[in-house]
Design a protein around this ligand. Structure first.
Ligand SMILES: Cc1cc2nc3c(=O)[nH]c(=O)nc-3n(C[C@H](O)[C@H](O)[C@H](O)COP(=O)(O)OP(=O)(O)OC[C@H]3O[C@@H](n4cnc5c(N)ncnc54)[C@H](O)[C@@H]3O)c2cc1C
Length: 334
């Protein structure tokens, strides 16, 4: 295999965007929620395979963190808009305002709060537009194509995206030389917009996308808030069958290659669970705390247990999927 064509054809592509960023001949692009491969432009350099999180999975999904915490923002405009405790946006605002980074690669919404679009943000105002989870694919790493002048950057990504980012760093690409902070989001699985809108909203909640102000997937439920502040919820299980193979082969629930990871599992509503993986993550978090941007408390044993349970379930599901589809292993051998 000399290109990622087969990975794309078999829906093993997690749409992280790393291949689009590294392809030197423009053979890969993004259209209608898909990575498009143009064989006529491919020079078979194999770079796309070197940065693909399916081909080179994170094999330490149960790695041991430095610390577990619960935290929430002290910035009122973030609290009004954020998904959980607003820790992600707050860490990014602090990183920009303290001068630690010049730009951040994040996911905003387009047309509707639920529809993702990757953007480069350079101010608090721009970051406020990126608050909230969009449960669909956002090829945020493709933006690394536009980073070439040595800008210091922070990135927010799902576990697959953080794995791909680390693969890009190993290749010593100019765009990743100055990544100062990688924030990972917990993720059990993601969805295509078609699945989210037709099945998640239509079949499970009997709602249209334009009625929704905020969507959350937590505790086995899909929960929607309307523009009139009504709340509707339904069990999420029927969506499982529609997850792409790309998500079913991923072992990593908490982005264990990030500097710091953030999710909802383990913390009460309105708070974020924070996992610190290394010194970079610890410094960014401590700086935001000391500057009065965040408040935090220890995460209880019960919270840690819930996280570890989901980590094991996700890792086991991936191993079983690969066992049940043995031909996939061959795609990982380059
Ligand atoms: C697809 C998806 C699945 C998730 N699954 C789980 C889960 O199973 N369990 C759990 O505990 N938490 C999960 N999360 C994380 C959770 O929903 C929150 O993102 C997290 O708790 C951070 O909350 P916050 O208030 O700090 O974020 P905010 O301050 O509101 O910031 C949200 C950040 O998320 C980023 N973002 C939004 N959508 C996407 C996307 N599609 N791709 C990449 N980045 C995005 C934005 O760039 C923004 O920086 C998931 C998130 C997503 C996007």
């Amino acid at each position: 295999m000399r290109s990622c064509e087969e990975v794309i054809q078999r829906d093993l592509c997690s749409r992280c965007g790393s291949c689009i960023a590294v392809c030197p001949s423009g053979a890969l692009s993004w259209r209608d929620e898909e990575v498009i491969f143009d064989r006529s432009k491919c020079i078979e350099c194999g770079l796309c395979l070197k940065v693909c999180p399916f081909v080179n999975p994170n094999e330490v999904p149960l790695a041991k963190p430095m610390a577990y915490l619960s935290a929430r923002t002290r910035i009122p405009e973030v609290a009004e808009r954020c998904q959980d405790g607003g820790v992600v946006t707050t860490l990014l605002i602090r990183a920009l305002e303290s001068g630690m980074v010049d730009e951040v690669l994040v996911t905003a919404s387009r047309n509707n709060v639920l529809f993702p679009v990757p953007i480069i943000a350079r101010s608090r105002k721009e970051l406020l537009k990126t608050c909230g989870s969009k449960y669909a694919y956002s090829p945020v790493l493709s933006l690394l194509r536009s980073i070439s002048r040595g800008e210091r950057i922070a990135i927010v990504g799902l576990p697959c995206q953080i794995t791909a980012l680390r693969l890009m760093e190993k290749l010593r690409l100019k765009a990743t030389e100055n990544v100062r902070l990688a924030i990972g989001l917990f993720c059990f699985q993601n969805y295509t917009l078609r699945t989210l809108v037709n099945i998640g909203l239509g079949e499970l909640l009997n709602m249209r996308a334009d009625e929704i102000k905020k969507l959350s997937i937590r505790g086995g439920k899909i929960i929607a808030w309307t523009v009139n502040n009504d709340r509707k919820e339904a069990p999420i299980a029927p969506l499982d069958a529609h997850a792409l193979p790309a998500c079913k082969v991923c072992q990593d629930f908490i982005a264990s290659l990030a500097d710091i990871s953030v999710g909802s599992t383990g913390s009460p509503e309105g708070w974020s669970t924070v996992i610190i993986w290394n010194k970079k993550g610890e410094e960014a978090f401590r700086d935001a705390l000391e500057a009065g941007y965040l408040r935090s408390k220890p995460l209880g044993e019960e919270g840690i247990k819930r996280i570890n349970r989901l980590r094991r379930i996700k890792a086991r599901r991936a191993l079983k999927y690969i066992q049940d589809n043995p031909e996939l292993s061959a795609l990982r051998v380059r």
